[in-house]
Design a protein around this ligand. Structure first.
Ligand SMILES: NC(=O)C1=CN([C@@H]2O[C@H](COP(=O)(O)OP(=O)(O)OC[C@H]3O[C@@H](n4cnc5c(N)ncnc54)[C@H](OP(=O)(O)O)[C@@H]3O)[C@@H](O)[C@H]2O)C=CC1
Ligand SMILES: O=C(O)C1=N[C@H](C(=O)O)C[C@H](O)C1
Length: 266
């Protein structure tokens, strides 16, 4: 069976990449391409060629409106746009449950497998260090900060630490100490010449551990986008991240669906 796909943000960098992947992947057909001047109705396709899946690669200020429209019309949605907070995802889950019309949403803060692993490994390590900060660096054209990946990493660290509670982040009243998400300071750099990089620095007694991921080319997103597209028809409700699709083989304590972990006996 062929899934018909609409891309919202099709003129953008990621939208163009997604369009190529949809065209090149068996079982998917591209039926609509929307940009900033398009009417949202265009995402539904035509009467004899109705859309099944919407892919959103727009801007943080636009994405929620796009996703709301898609789920209201029973489309499943793959969201690549950054800026989806935990609160916004929780509200979306409630909305999808209430609608109960078959729509499913997969929100993916980062499609790169290396980045997903970097976040998971940071969550794993976070139970052993009480001092943790994130530095994320992106191309100068990125309009939002902190990055969606950094926010997701901080959320995953907070989940993994569970009863251990927030990390020690002194001097939070000083602006140069970063923006805190779940008690973890995130420092954002925007630089010409860069694509994307994230370092999670964990400090302990007499040692630091750095988990660093570098995105060198947009090709790093391709595998994750195709994996997500193929998985979407089998999902229900709202799912965040590729973790559950990748079978990372990590202990339950750092699984995003696991209950809060108890602190390690050191
Ligand atoms: N999850 C992941 O792995 C990744 C996520 N991202 C995220 O994806 C998003 C898009 O990034 P990128 O492709 O670089 O951005 P671009 O600025 O290149 O593209 C943005 C797209 O959104 C469209 N757009 C803007 N406003 C609207 C609107 N009101 N209605 C419909 N379409 C609109 C633009 O159309 P127009 O051309 O008409 O302006 C354009 O097609 C960002 O949030 C970014 O952080 C990026 C890389 C990887
Ligand atoms: O805007 C980008 O480029 C990216 N945005 C996403 C984010 O905010 O984390 C994913 C990736 O880092 C590239």
């Amino acid at each position: 069976m062929t899934s018909r796909v609409a891309i919202i943000g099709a003129t953008g960098k990621m939208g163009q990449l997604a369009a190529r992947l949809v065209r090149d992947t068996e079982g998917f057909e591209l039926v609509a391409e929307l940009h900033s001047s398009s009417a949202l109705e265009e995402m539904l396709g035509s009467a004899d060629n109705r859309t099944d899946i919407a892919i959103d690669f727009t801007h943080p200020g636009v994405s929620q409106r796009v996703v709301d429209f898609a789920i209201e019309h029973g489309l499943s949605v793959l969201v690549g746009t950054s800026g989806w907070s935990a609160d916004a995802v929780a509200a979306l889950s409630r909305r999808v449950e209430t609608l109960d019309n078959g729509a499913a949403v997969l929100v993916v803060p980062n499609f790169s497998v290396g980045s997903v692993l970097g976040t998971a490994l940071s969550a794993l390590a976070s139970r052993f260090f009480d001092s943790i900060e994130i530095i994320e660096a992106h191309h100068a054209g990125k309009i939002d900060s902190p990055s969606g990946t950094a926010v997701r990493t901080a959320e995953r660290i907070a989940e993994a630490r569970g009863a251990l509670g927030p990390v020690a982040a002194p001097h939070t009243d000083q602006r140069a100490r970063g923006q805190q998400v779940d008690g973890i300071p995130i420092h954002s750099l925007r630089l010409s010449g860069l694509l994307a990089r994230q370092e999670v620095i964990l400090g302990g007694a007499g040692e630091t551990l750095t988990v660093r991921h570098d995105t060198l080319s947009p090709s790093s997103y391709e595998q994750g986008i195709v994996l997500a597209l193929r998985a979407l028809p089998g999902l229900t409700g709202v799912t965040v991240g590729l973790d559950s699709l990748l079978d990372l083989g990590l202990p339950e304590a750092v699984s995003p669906v696991a209950p809060p972990a108890a602190g390690p006996a050191l």
